[in-house]
Design a protein. Structure first.
Length: 410
């Protein structure tokens, strides 16, 4: 029987464990925490089947000036942390030319096309349908000209990739979300995405399915991964665990581990914050406020506000300035009530400069595999990339051409 250690208990790692288990492998999942308690816990809870284009780095001077001068709430940076981001950001800039972004989009969209179908199988098997709503989400535009431009982009995406949307006028938006301010220009309602009322709970449900089917989950330190004569080992609370294969699915912590084995994988680390609110009004569907750079979504714990990207160091203290601006903007739209938690949650999105995940075999180490770097879409793409990786590890023909994602491109 083939064996594997999966390092990382987020959506990506748990999904990889399940897909290998389906193929008859003996699989142990190792994380320092319970599944779904890190980056996968903190997102907006949208399985974004409409997100067919990865986020390029802005290249127009007006946008860059707005970010540089701190006038943008969707992107913020800590000056002291910029030197460690310089190399990845320069590569991100290089890959964000229109032609290179077009090529990345083709590779990205092939994965997105499998997002909801791969989730659907696991949702049914994990009996997690109570966490899912299949009604899409909305993009709010406060400026009529910006709305018209967004409609043109949506029409292009529909033509090129078949994603479905509906344009809501101001009055239609007010009817759909009657508790919002009623003087807004309108919104785009993406119809195909699914939303999750508890993202961490969904990961936990998938992990419980893995255990019910005979999988093993243990607490351990991924940084103790070591090559052995028969494969790989890692130290855990249950002692040393050995397997022929190891999968690095540690999200933003993956490059740190791989560096020990001679691999240099660049990441743009985009920190995001969230907070829950209760005691006020809620929403029917998640709403992304484009102009103000945040999202708010109805969750099991209340209305969750999530922020855009903060470029900062991995150990830098919390500076939730974006969250404060987002909260003020949200209160301008809706009575969201009071904060639930005393302090905001924060986590890091692992974004590669070429906007594609790092997925496949490590080129110089037999039995070492990678599955990370999903950017803003770890929740969305976890099951799809897990199926692709498991097929590669099992010697099957993968669902899509895996060559654009291989780690040896760096």
């Amino acid at each position: 029987m083939q064996s594997a250690i999966i390092l990382g208990g987020g959506m990506v790692g748990v999904s990889a464990a399940l897909h290998l288990q389906r193929r008859g492998w003996s699989v142990t999942l190792v994380d320092r925490k319970e599944p779904g308690q890190e980056t996968s816990y903190g997102n907006t809870g949208i399985i974004q089947s409409e997100a067919v284009r990865p986020y390029p780095m802005p290249r127009d001077l007006a946008t860059l000036a707005r970010i540089a001068t701190g006038r943008a709430n969707d992107v913020r940076y800590r000056l002291a942390s910029l030197p460690q981001h310089a190399g990845p950001l320069l590569r991100y800039w290089w890959h964000s030319t229109p032609e290179r972004h077009r090529k990345a989009t083709l590779a990205w969209a092939r994965l997105i096309a499998h997002a909801t179908t791969e989730h659907d199988t696991l949702i049914r098997e994990a009996h997690a349908d109570n966490l899912i709503r299949r009604a899409g989400y909305r993009l709010l535009h406060r400026d009529p000209a910006a709305l018209e431009q967004a409609i043109a982009t949506a029409e292009e995406n529909q033509r090129d990739f078949g994603v479905k949307f509906r344009v809501l006028s101001g009055s239609e938006l007010a009817k759909a979300e009657p508790l919002l301010r009623d003087d807004l220009p309108g919104a785009i309602h993406w119809l195909d995405p699914w939303t999750v009322s508890d993202p961490g709970g969904l990961v936990s449900a998938y992990a419980s399915l893995f255990e019910r089917l005979g999988g093993r989950i243990v607490h351990g330190d991924a940084q103790t991964l070591a090559e052995t004569s028969t494969g790989w080992s890692v130290d855990t609370a249950d002692g040393r665990i050995d397997a022929a294969n190891a999968v690095v699915a540690l999200g933003p912590w993956s490059p740190q581990l791989l560096r020990r084995f001679g691999y240099r994988i660049p990441l743009v680390r985009k920190r995001g914050y969230h907070m829950h609110y209760r005691g006020g009004h809620s929403l029917d569907l998640p709403l992304v406020d484009i102009a103000m750079g945040y999202a708010m979504a109805p969750m099991a714990k209340g209305v969750r506000i999530t922020t855009g990207a903060e470029l900062t160091g991995p150990d830098a203290p919390a500076t939730p300035i974006q969250l404060g601006h987002a909260e003020a903007a949200a209160r301008d739209l809706l009575d969201i009530g009071s904060r639930v938690e005393p302090e905001p949650w924060y986590g890091t999105r692992p974004c590669t400069p070429d906007m594609l995940p790092v997925l496949g075999p490590a080129p110089r180490h037999r039995g070492l595999w990678t599955n990370f770097g999903h950017g803003h879409q770890g929740l969305t793409l976890g099951p799809a990339t897990a199926r692709l990786l498991a097929a590669m590890m099992n010697g099957e023909t993968p669902i899509v051409d895996a060559s654009p994602y291989r780690p040896d491109r760096f």
